[in-house]
Design a binder for this molecule. Structure first.
Ligand code: HEM
Length: 394
């Protein structure tokens, strides 16, 4: 296996990781990424096969690494998160969440999402430059998920601050201060949610939190499972969608005909292509549970492997001219939402939000323009813009 070196904190790499992916893939679909100290799957076939293979999982064969006692609140939210469960426990919890997260509930949100986008755009400053992430991209997903869950919208700012503190734990080299902040956020989030859940019981509402509470009442879910699920939905449902929306805006502006790309007939294909060419999450790890071979390399139980979603989406053996933006292209399914048993549960909601948010934005602001060059945030693990300074005309 060829060793390749690329510091993931290198600013140039963070702005454009695709050149490294191509160079690494040229050595074969599986390389050893020195800075991670791990094998990395760079090819589409290898990434999707690994994500679908039941001999691999998100949890190591000997269980999740323990947390120190002062991280107990974060550890509890993690222990019952769908992302950290496998096998029957994962299937049982996921089926309950899916039952509550019906396509009817998601589709019914369309008019509300449109009205929300319109009202946020109404409040855009006229003729002055402003940050589109703060004013739009970061607002839509959190308000939508709060409404879907049925938690008070007035809490959105607080939810965001808890969410940011918790997801900071998924970066490498977490500082003691960040870990403490993540644990504090987990405790405050759980306490607040427990209180909201108690006030919601038997309120007859048709929201996701009430559905989860019903499952708890009937003994199908425990309180810890309900709490961890809501925390995961808020965290997972937010960050990735914000970054996808920002990345898509930058892409559409650079293509130069955002109006036709976001026209009703075109928007679904445009969103798929935006998600393929610049996904917000590039890397997810898997552990080998049983001996297996990937891309001609043998792996043993306990081995950790990186599945490079961002590289797989640009693999020329899967996508013709992968660096070209071609909505409606033929080719396999993108890897941006993962694959297999952990496939993104929020994919239909994310697609709906992105389609509506982009369509309304370019319809209402046909003169939208960047007022400063767009720069990706300096964090490889969340590929997106911390801010996007724009003007949207008069
Ligand atoms: C464009 C936006 C989004 C992207 C790119 C994205 C991406 C992903 C990916 C790649 C995974 C799989 C991780 C793995 O296999 O290790 C995942 C899982 C998940 N996502 Fe998303 N996501 C997005 C939006 C959402 C939204 C809006 C929600 C919920 C409201 C959500 C909820 C979840 C949940 C609950 C899981 C865990 C599923 C499981 O373990 O069974 N995501 N997402």
């Amino acid at each position: 296996m060829k060793h390749v070196s690329q510091p993931f904190t290198d600013p140039e790499f963070v702005q454009n990781p695709y050149g490294f992916y191509d160079a690494a893939r040229a050595h074969g679909p599986v390389v050893f990424w020195t800075e991670y100290g791990l094998p990395a799957l760079m090819g589409y076939a290898e990434v999707t096969a690994a994500l679908r293979d039941r001999r691999m999982g998100r949890v190591p064969p000997d269980g999740l690494p323990g947390f120190s006692p002062d991280m107990s609140d974060f550890a509890r939210a993690e222990a019952f998160s769908l992302l950290n469960l496998e096998g029957d426990r994962h299937a049982r919890l996921r089926s309950h969440v899916l039952r509550a997260f019906t396509s009817r509930r998601v589709a019914a949100l369309a008019p509300e999402i449109k009205a929300l986008c319109e009202s946020l755009i109404d409040a855009f400053p006229k003729e002055t430059s402003f940050d589109l992430v703060a004013a739009y991209a970061a607002r839509v997903p959190v308000i939508v998920i709060a409404r879907l869950l049925g938690v008070p919208e007035t809490a959105c700012a607080q939810l965001l601050s808890w969410s940011h503190a918790m997801v900071a734990m998924y970066r490498p080299n977490v500082s003691a201060e960040d870990a403490r902040a993540a644990n504090d956020a987990s405790r405050e989030f759980s306490d607040w949610l427990g209180h909201v859940m108690d006030t919601k019981r038997n309120n007859g509402k048709d929201d996701l939190l009430t559905a989860l509470l019903d499952a708890e009442t009937h003994g199908a879910l425990t309180r810890d499972e309900c709490l961890a699920t809501v925390i995961l939905l808020l965290n997972a449902g937010h960050e990735a969608t914000v970054h996808s929306l920002g990345n898509a805006v930058v892409r559409l502006l650079s293509e130069g005909h955002a109006d036709s790309l976001t026209a009703p007939k075109q928007i679904a294909a445009t969103v798929e292509e935006c998600l393929r060419i610049d996904p917000p999450l590039h890397v997810f790890a898997r552990y080998v549970l049983e001996p297996l071979e990937i891309g001609g390399h043998a792996f043993e139980p306990g081995d950790e492997v990186l599945c490079m979603l961002g590289a797989a989406n640009r693999d020329p053996s899967a996508f013709d001219a992968p660096d070209r933006f071609r909505p409606g292209r033929t080719g396999p399914t993108l890897t941006s939402f993962g694959a297999g048993v952990h496939f993104c549960l929020g994919a239909p909601l994310a697609r709906l939000e992105l389609q509506i948010a982009l369509q309304v934005l370019f319809e209402r602001c046909p003169d939208l323009n960047l007022s400063m060059p767009a720069e990706l945030a300096d964090i490889y693990h969340f590929h997106g813009h911390a801010r996007l300074m724009v003007t949207c005309g008069s």
